[in-house]
Design a protein around this ligand. Structure first.
Ligand SMILES: Cc1cc2nc3c(=O)[nH]c(=O)nc-3n(C[C@H](O)[C@H](O)[C@H](O)COP(=O)(O)O)c2cc1C
Length: 355
């Protein structure tokens, strides 16, 4: 299969093929959120992807949801990420940093300081999260006041600048999967009565301010966004999703590097967004139930149908560092071992064989 082997542009970045490594949290960072030597090796191994999107990276400590996830808010974190981006660029790869503030999806035991999770409203998520003391229920977050909102926007801008300092080719702002920005966008998590809530325009204000201010700080052509329309992951209910995205997409800077959709058995929604967006579209394709995880056939179908310009894959990039070459040559694929997705260490991380 060769239809993905053509150059593609994401704003100011030119990638050698249209296969993207999807962002994936792997919990291999140090306790203080620094990238580790093993992360350098992991990303370097996967640098033949046209574009790598890093795991979710917190823009500030309170944005940290999960244990051993990395940040981009200290000098030391920037220095350690520089080694990762160098290792990818040394092999002619490209890498964007996914900025992910987890909002209410966290736990006070996962912070290195005494902090409480923050969210647009004090609504607790249903579900559990791993902490150093084992699996715990999510906690009631603090409702963000105007100072918290201003700070969170500034933290995203600061992290965007830090990403560029660390050598990333750009950033991806995570507006999906039930994390902070999505919590502002969704009906069940945003009960605010001020300008950042009330109706769809209000619920989109936080996302749009972050996107526009990051674009102003580092250039819109270095900023992509990720959305996950209609996906209930992390106890999210968007309300009228069609109207939400019909309002959102036309308000984005036209020259953003890309929109990245995580599809959730809803091809009609993907088509709706494609119709509203003239820029580059990356699709993480799951057209219908049974299409998880993505497969090579789905990659082929997606690009042939031109529903998207590029395709991202998650699980198969975990288990196949040389996924591009394997697909190009039709070589057999390794299966991902999901028991090691979040465990730390080399096992199930850097030990998958190449062809
Ligand atoms: C281990 C793991 C961690 C993930 N972490 C993130 C993340 O940090 N940010 C994000 O946007 N999506 C995350 N995802 C979702 C993936 O980016 C992708 O959308 C999902 O795996 C479906 O694609 P696939 O069928 O190709 O695996 C994660 C998925 C997996 C398997």
């Amino acid at each position: 299969m060769k239809n993905f082997l053509t150059e593609i542009r994401y704003g100011s970045t030119t990638a050698s093929n249209s296969l993207v490594m999807a962002p994936m949290t792997r919990c291999r960072a140090s306790d203080d959120g620094c990238a580790t030597k093993i992360m350098e090796e992991y990303y370097s191994q996967r640098s033949s992807a046209g574009l790598i999107i890093s795991e979710g990276i917190q823009p500030c400590l309170v944005g940290k949801g999960f244990m051993n996830t990395p940040g981009l808010h200290s000098q030391e974190q920037v220095e350690t990420w520089t080694k990762v981006t160098n290792s990818v660029h040394d092999k002619n790869g490209k890498i964007f940093a996914q900025l992910m503030h987890s909002g209410r999806i966290g736990h006070h035991l996962n912070y290195t300081e005494q902090l409480q999770c923050i969210a647009p409203s004090a609504v607790c998520a249903q579900g559990e999260i791993y902490t150093p003391e084992g699996l715990k229920s999510f906690e009631l977050p603090k409702e963000m006041d105007s100072t918290d909102i201003t700070q969170a926007i500034a933290d995203h801008v600061n992290a965007a600048k830090n990403a560029i300092l660390a050598g990333f080719d750009g950033i991806e702002i995570h507006c999906g999967n039930g994390f902070l920005i999505h919590q502002f966008m969704a009906e069940n998590t945003n009960l605010r009565s001020d300008d950042y809530g009330k109706d769809i325009t209000g619920r989109l204000k936080f996302a749009l301010e972050i996107i526009h201010q990051c674009a102003l700080a580092i250039g819109a052509d270095k900023v992509g966004i990720r959305i996950s329309p209609e996906n209930p992951y992390n106890d999210i209910y968007e309300g009228d999703s069609k109207l939400l995205y019909q309002t959102f997409i036309p308000l984005l800077p036209e020259d953003l590097a890309y929109i990245h959709i995580m599809e959730s058995n809803n091809r009609e929604m993907t088509k709706l967004i494609r119709g509203l967006w003239n820029g580059t579209l990356i699709l993480n394709p799951h057209e219908s139930v049974g299409h998880w995880p993505s497969t090579v056939q789905i990659l082929d179908d997606t690009l042939s149908s031109k529903i998207a310009d590029a395709v991202s894959m998650g699980a198969l990039f975990i288990s196949n560092p040389d996924l591009v070459d394997r697909i190009r040559t039709g070589y057999e694929l390794n299966n991902p071992r999901d028991e090691y997705f979040y465990t730390g260490g080399a096992l199930g991380y850097t030990d998958y064989p190449t062809m």
